[in-house]
Design a binder for this molecule. Structure first.
Ligand code: ZN
Length: 283
């Protein structure tokens, strides 16, 4: 069971979740997992499946996207959305049809839990971004409604990188991380992520895949030197949990350190206008 502890003055909360400590760790010098539980054929290594896209029987091969409960939950409802059967390729390298399936799974699971609390979907890509298993996946957590989340709301569109029929990709003026990229519905004042219709998911897949490819190209072309091992592409993204939703991608080119911890102020070493200019040039 997760325990929620408040800081009365700031209305911030901390979750105490000791169960997380025993998570497997593939990044350790001696990985604590030998067989990847998310690979096709290893379905028996995860808790029973909750959802799948693709043919085949529950907990048997054949799936294209698979959702299972997280064995080491942060909150009482915590699911893992396995992006594909591919152990190494993630959104930026998967075919667009597969990215559409992944987003369909996100949207469907969001809908399934919408009434249970605040639904947050996020993905950690790379061990340095907090992933403990390499196989690309996202996570869905449900946080009780009475817990105050300290999350930024949708920022105004500025420094546009790309747009298609329904979505716009941009680098908000209020960017806390270098090369931070947001994706939002063109029409502001929209609903929650669960309200995205099937007809818009392919367009969303297009901009998400495109944004990650552009950020990676900027890294490869040396616009910013990553603090991580050379050539490793490390990022997080999450989908804002409430109305007027957006996706926020934060590449992890820098570490957060004492100054940020002590002041709550973030130092962004790349002007978002410049980030957008560079990203527009990437193909
Ligand atoms: Zn795997």
């Amino acid at each position: 069971m997760a325990k929620y502890v408040p800081d009365i003055k700031t209305e911030r909360w901390v979750i105490i979740a000791p169960g997380r400590k025993s998570r497997p760790d593939q990044s350790a010098p001696k990985p604590t997992v030998k067989v990847c539980p998310f690979c096709e054929g290893n379905e028996s290594q995860t808790p029973p499946e909750i959802y799948r896209i693709g043919p085949g029987e529950k907990d048997k091969p054949g799936w294209q996207v698979r959702v299972v409960p997280n064995l080491y939950p942060i909150t009482d409802i915590h699911e893992v959305i396995i992006h594909s059967t591919d152990d190494s390729r993630d959104i930026e390298d998967l075919p667009s049809d597969q990215v559409t399936r992944i987003l369909t799974a996100y949207r469907d699971r969001y809908r399934a839990h919408e009434d249970d609390g605040q639904v947050l979907i996020f993905s950690n890509h790379g061990f340095a971004a907090g992933a403990s298993l390499k196989h690309p996946h996202a996570q869905l957590v449900v946080i009780p409604k009475q817990i105050n989340l300290d999350a930024v709301e949708r920022e105004p569109v500025a420094n546009v990188v790309k747009e298609n029929n329904y979505f716009v990709t941009y680098c908000p003026d209020f960017s806390q991380w270098p090369f931070e990229v947001w994706i939002a519905p063109k029409q502001e004042g929209g609903g929650k992520f669960g309200s995205v219709p099937d007809s818009e998911l392919a367009d969303l897949a297009d901009v998400l895949r495109d944004a990650l490819k552009r950020i990676r190209s900027a890294q490869e072309k040396g616009y910013l030197h990553s603090v991580h091992e050379q050539g490793v592409f490390v990022y997080n993204y999450y989908i804002y949990h409430w109305t007027n939703w957006f996706i926020r991608i934060t590449p992890r080119f820098v570490h957060r350190a004492g100054f940020e911890l002590g002041t709550g102020l973030n130092v962004n070493v790349v002007d978002p206008t410049e980030a957008a200019r560079v990203l527009r040039e990437m193909v």
